[in-house]
Write a protein that binds this ligand. Structure first.
Ligand code: UGA
Length: 454
């Protein structure tokens, strides 16, 4: 396959969702890709052609590119810098609950890159920060670390850009193949131009809107985008609370009406149990921390976080009032992943809900088509893990739909009635096809809908 314009090869440091998907995609385009990952288990899996993450389409493509030798994974950087023109940093940047970012992995990657930079003259590697980092990190943390470790000057002997990632888990490969925009932050025009050219060759013939700006702006665009998405979700969840308190409100219809205004748009207005995952909550906290440090009022960020937390707790309170207390009651929680299409349970609404149900004395059974194992690592043995949906509902007093997996939308009413001790469902994600169930006498509380149940 011709890789015209794509150079000799690409290095990727960190095989998480972003790094692995990017690596597999680049390799599928014929770009020789070396992925460095410190977790030896992950490296072995990748080299065996097995995807360490659950992502649609990834296992097949991964197997293909490893078999063809276009993708190589390893646990040390070694001679990578000798063999590639561009290195992407895609390591994790977790934050604590206070939002203080842990940049240790980015720092370590920067040092490693600096130390591994070839001594021969003429090669000017392009280093691209794709990890989500607080504004200022690329220029004031990554650059000096590389300069110090390599003895080279940024802008002369190596180039540096920040290029935030906007892919969504569950459709990571699709999003990487078809990005809706590219944002590049650089201090030197040549660095930005090199990355822009690389993407033009990669995505040719399609043209993707590209914004070239300063590193700080690019870093801020990423955090602000996720904070704004979180804002939309908390806003509609607040409206869902208003709807529930009226006599015939339906947040679904209100959201539809809102979405008709082109200034608002219909996306990210699905009311439910709020946002989870490894990005929206973390980036919001990170932006709040960054703004507070600069003396900026963070009231809006606090409110978004507060509504998200409350939305989870409200469901447990609803369950408690529907059952007249939770002690000794059997509750089936359907869905553990933070959204469908992934096995990721990080900051998932259902994890918080399950912990609260247990704290209030409920017996909890759980089901998820993909995330049972990951949930077990987080929740331990205090709950019953069911690999079958109907096994989970067995003798339950109440079922809570916590993730909108398609398998939960249309359960068989007569099976539910015969299995459950009480045919009561809380539809936390507004996915149930309710007509058949209601006709069969099953009682349902749907988030954002007036319900006389409690
Ligand atoms: C998010 C962003 O959407 C991506 O653009 C970004 O690249 C990524 O974070 C990141 O920073 O890496 P992701 O975390 O995969 O992607 O998940 P989303 O699809 O954004 O969903 C986040 C949460 O919001 C989920 O828990 C989902 O259930 C919830 N959500 C989403 C709602 O409750 N309502 C909605 O209308 C939309």
């Amino acid at each position: 396959m011709s890789t015209g314009g794509l150079g000799r090869g690409v290095g990727v440091i960190g095989a998480g969702y972003v790094g692995l998907t990017l690596s597999v995609f680049l390799a599928s385009k014929g770009v020789k890709t070396i992925c460095v990952e410190r977790d030896g288990d992950k490296v072995r899996k990748i080299m065996d052609g097995v995807s360490p993450i659950h992502e649609q389409g990834l296992p097949e493509l991964l197997q293909h590119v490893v078999r063809d030798g276009v993708l190589e994974a390893r646990d040390e950087i070694g001679d990578m810098l000798e063999r590639v023109d561009i290195v992407f940093i895609t390591v994790g940047t977790p934050t604590g609950t206070d939002g203080v970012p842990d940049l240790s992995q980015v720092e370590e990657a920067s040092r490693q890159i600096g130390e591994a930079m070839p001594t021969r003259r003429g090669a000017t590697p392009l280093i691209v920060v794709k990890s989500t980092v607080p504004p200022g990190t690329t220029w004031h943390v990554v650059r000096p670390l590389i300069e110090e470790a390599s003895g080279r000057t940024c802008g002369e002997e190596f180039h540096l850009c920040v290029n935030p990632e906007f892919l969504r888990e569950g459709s990571a490969l699709q999003d990487t193949m078809n990005p809706d925009r590219i944002v590049i932050g650089a201090k030197h025009g040549e660095a930005a131009e090199r990355l822009k050219k690389f993407y033009e060759a990669l995505y040719h013939p399609s043209k993707i809107p590209t914004l070239v700006t300063t590193p700080t702006n690019a870093e801020l665009i990423k955090l602000a985008t996720n904070a704004f998405l979180a804002l939309k979700i908390s806003f509609i969840n607040l409206i869902s609370q208003v709807c529930e308190a009226t006599e015939d409100g339906d947040v679904g219809v209100v959201a539809e009406g809102l979405g008709l205004d082109p200034r608002i748009g219909p996306l990210f207005l699905r009311a439910g149990l709020g946002f989870g995952g490894s990005c929206l909550p973390k980036d919001l906290r990170s932006l709040r921390w960054f703004a507070a440090r600069l003396g900026v009022d963070t009231l809006l960020f606090e409110a978004i976080i507060g509504i998200n937390r409350a939305q989870r707790l409200r469901i447990v309170e609803k369950a408690e009032s529907m059952l007249g207390g939770l002690s000794g009651k059997r509750v089936a929680v359907l869905g553990l992943a933070f959204k469908p299409g992934t096995d990721d349970v990080r900051e998932s609404a259902s994890i918080d809900i399950i912990r609260e149900l247990l704290a209030r004395g409920a017996e909890v059974r759980v089901h998820d088509p993909a995330a049972l194992e990951n949930a077990r690592r987080v929740l331990g043995e205090g709950v019953t893990y069911c690999s079958e949906l109907y096994e989970c509902l067995d003798s339950a007093d109440l079922a809570i739909i916590a993730t909108e997996w398609p398998e939960y939308t249309d359960p068989d009413p007569s099976t539910i009635k015969s299995l459950m001790r009480k045919p009561l469902i809380i539809d936390g994600r507004r996915v149930l096809n309710t007509r058949r169930l209601l006709e069969a006498g099953i009682r349902i509380h749907t988030v954002g809908l007036y319900s006389p149940l409690a």
